[in-house]
Design a protein. Structure first.
Length: 268
């Protein structure tokens, strides 16, 4: 890539970020600060690049805002649909096959979250995701362990969202985040139960799936959520060092056989 092409691409990526931030209601002055930091990141990597660096530009370089929460969240929901769609397709004939309806319902729910966030103007920074082979494992054996970890991160993300939205006096967004968080917690508890079934473990005080009095809130920024997913081998628009494959966000699960209509598909 020539220097001129590199500069033009960087400019296009920064303009895209500006459009995203404007769509989710970020003020002109805040957008300017975030874009300045993103431009600095661009210099460091040559171009803002396919999504991963863009996430770094608006999330890791600044404190969380309505924009960083909604943009990161809609990207994470797209990742969830991508992974669950692959899991549903790989499930027949494996130990997780009895849980296919549960997986399909969860997949549709994640798409409904994506749709709700999109209706507010949030746009994913990528629809291409590097999914490590270990996330599913042979015969989907690691699937429910992966879901438990991912849902715990998503719950933490929406706890951050509630805090940010409340601080911004965006009560409707705070409630939406609470509604989404509730369903993510359902997914996690079902994943913990399914994990014990698939692995043939008896339930104990340590493994009972509903043993939390309050949510554990340890990952307290969207940047940290992204970092944990990357540490697990997931890539946002780029390949990571973990063996895996690049998958494309497949869209509505009910239209491709990996999901079905669920109750309350939009916020109250």
């Amino acid at each position: 890539m020539s220097e001129v092409e590199r500069i033009e691409r960087a400019h296009d990526d920064l303009q895209y970020l500006d459009n995203v931030l404007e769509d989710v209601g970020t003020s002109r002055s805040t957008r300017g600060g975030l874009l300045k930091k993103a431009a600095i990141a661009t210099v460091g990597v040559g171009v803002l690049g396919p999504a991963g660096s863009a996430l770094a530009g608006i999330s890791r370089s600044s404190a969380d805002s309505v924009a960083t929460v909604t943009t990161t969240a809609v990207t994470a929901e797209a990742l969830a649909v991508t992974v669950l769609s692959a899991a549903v397709k790989a499930a027949p004939g494996t130990k997780v096959a009895p849980f296919i309806p549960v997986l399909k319902a969860a997949n549709q729910t994640e798409f409904d979250h994506y749709s709700a966030l999109s209706s507010l103007g949030a746009k994913p920074l990528t629809t291409q995701f590097w999914v490590p082979n270990a996330a599913l494992g042979p015969g989907n054996i690691n699937l429910f362990k992966t879901i438990e970890v991912a849902e715990t991160l998503f719950i933490n993300a929406y706890l951050t969202g509630i805090t940010v939205f409340a601080h911004a006096k965006q009560d409707k967004l705070a409630r939406y985040a609470g509604e989404i968080l509730g369903t993510e917690a359902e997914h996690r508890v079902l994943a913990r139960y399914a994990q014990s079934v698939v692995e043939g473990k008896k339930l104990s005080k340590a493994t009972v799936p509903n043993n939390k009095g309050f949510e554990t809130y340890t990952v307290k920024s969207m940047a940290a959520v992204v970092a944990e997913l990357e540490k697990a081998g997931f890539g946002f628009g780029k390949q990571t060092s973990a063996p895996g494959q690049m998958l494309t966000f497949p869209g509505n699960p009910s239209k491709n056989g990996t999901g079905f209509y669920v109750i309350a598909p939009s916020p109250a």
